[in-house]
Design a protein around this ligand. Structure first.
Ligand code: GLN
Length: 490
């Protein structure tokens, strides 16, 4: 069995039927990480216990014990997720020494299903960024071209998965952080409906937008991983009690009679020609497979980027207030602590602990939430957000799934945009409205640029309609001409 390119299902089946041991699988990927990650910087830390944990699983299988759906599948986990006993930094200096005493709910569920955590994955600091360049732990490189960014904020997850350093990864998506890096690195990334997946134990960025999801090699693996992650959690009041569908079993590449919406606002030009071509090809494929193409319109998406940045920064400024150097995390060095006043204590600690982009967001958010400006900015943004959602719901009366580009262009070069925040923010033009409306969204690889960089297609469905979206993704995957293409790093 070629473990490197095996699917999650294949690995779990092989481990359960003892064709291969979980230990062999873990050792295989450990070697890949050791030999390839020097070029990518996708891992921030490794789980020293991985082999031992795999051995324990093998022992349980030998005894005939029931093991889960993901038995022995090696996973990498984004730094945003609390992992018991493993450093969880959120890509920031301020959490450099933080070792959580508990697992995030989704991590606990995946572990219960049998995954072996290989390590933690690099990301933009507090998931603020679109290139993985804001990480305190250094930039991540795109395995398809080491001069390019892998996208962000889940850049480590996307790069590690694309280079097959693991069989599956987890990411978080507040404004596109799963879908955009998935597109840039040629993997499948899914952001479930807001409320589908527990946020408990995930470092909070913007709580009304944050959602976790799988970043994996194919649509079926994504569906399966989501099944394990999803569902009500008593520790997150925003999780739904709706039952979790058997997405992976129900998956069908059949789009006959389905209505695919093309959003007028996202198709109005300005796309890189290779992205334009990929979108056109995907639409042609779906038509050939019997789908009906309809035009839909969500005019308020014009405001998605400013609305997103107002809401995300406001919530972040509140969420990040907890990093004060008192209870946990980084504390500035004070020669005589008893002589320091509180303001100086906070100021120095936070000044040294946070990076430039995070500080920018905290300042912007604090300003938006200040009395006198709250109504003009935060409240107004909330109202526009509601209108965006309403218009989406109208659009979904006319179609099952909306198809669009993920980004205007393929992966950009390292250093190209980092000094210009506005250009960086505009990278999120097609992804943020999905989060604002709480909808499920995904990126599925479909094209390749002339320069050999992957291009994904974004699919969005109405609330809790992940199955329809996954089915269209599955159909596109089956029709994709880039299936099997490998990044040159491997
Ligand atoms: N690029 C966006 C931001 O910087 C989205 C990040 C995310 O989804 N976590 O906020």
């Amino acid at each position: 069995m070629d473990l490197t390119f095996a699917s999650i299902t294949d690995i779990a089946d092989a481990v359960k039927s003892k064709k291969v041991s979980a230990k062999e699988v873990a050792e295989h990927f450990q070697k890949r990480i050791a030999s390839l990650d020097g070029k990518l910087n996708s891992f921030t830390s490794k789980n020293e216990q991985a082999i031992k944990e795999a051995e324990n699983l093998d022992a349980r299988i030998s005894k005939g014990e029931e093991v889960g759906l993901l038995a022995g599948v090696p996973f990498g986990i984004k730094e945003m997720f609390c992992t018991k006993g493993l450093a969880t930094t959120a890509g920031s200096k301020i959490l450099e020494n933080f070792i959580p005493p508990y697992d995030a709910t989704v991590v606990a569920r995946l572990k219960k299903a049998g995954i072996v955590v290989m390590g933690k994955l690099n990301q933009d600091e507090f998931a603020m960024g679109s290139s993985n360049e804001t990480s305190f732990y250094g930039a991540v490189k795109n395995p398809w071209n080491l001069d390019c960014v892998p996208g962000g904020s889940s850049g480590g997850s996307a790069a590690a998965q694309a280079a097959r350093l693991v069989a599956g990864t987890l990411g978080t998506d507040t404004g596109g952080s799963i879908r955009q890096p998935a597109s840039f690195c040629g993997i499948v990334g899914v952001k479930p409906t807001y409320g589908r997946v527990s946020r408990y134990g995930i470092i909070a960025y913007a709580s009304s937008l944050d959602q976790a999801g799988p970043m994996v090699s194919n649509v079926k693996d994504a569906a399966l991983t989501m099944e394990v992650m999803s569902g009500f959690d008593e520790f997150d009041g925003t999780t739904t009690k709706k039952p979790v569908p058997a997405w992976s079993k129900n998956l069908k590449a059949d789009v006959k009679g389905m209505k695919i919406g093309l959003m007028k606002e996202y198709m109005s030009g300005g796309l890189h020609p290779d992205v334009q071509k990929t979108v056109e090809n995907s639409v042609d494929s779906l038509k050939k497979m019997g789908a009906e193409i309809v035009e839909v319109s969500v005019p308020m998406t014009e405001y998605a980027v400013p609305v997103y940045y107002l809401i995300a920064a406001s919530e972040a400024s509140s969420n990040l207030a907890r990093y004060d150097g008192v209870k946990y995390g980084y504390r500035a060095d004070f020669k005589n602590l008893s002589a320091v006043d509180l303001e100086e204590f906070y100021g120095k600690t936070r000044g040294e602990g946070f990076g430039k982009e995070v500080k920018r967001r905290i300042m912007l958010g604090t300003y938006c939430l200040s009395s006198g400006y709250y109504d003009a900015y935060y409240n107004k943004a909330g109202q526009v957000r509601r209108l965006i959602m309403n218009q989406y719901l109208e659009a979904f009366k006319k179609c099952d799934v909306i198809l669009s580009p993920v980004t205007t262009a393929p992966a950009f070069k390292v250093h190209e945009r980092i000094s210009d925040p506005l250009t960086m923010y505009l990278n999120d033009i097609f992804t943020t409205s999905t989060n604002l409306a709480g909808l499920p969204g995904m990126s599925v690889p479909f094209g390749m640029s002339q320069d050999g960089l992957p291009i994904g297609i974004q699919l969005t469905a109405s609330h809790f309609e992940e199955q329809k979206m996954l089915d269209v993704g599955y159909a596109l995957e089956s029709a994709s001409s880039v299936k099997g293409a490998k990044p040159h790093v491997i």
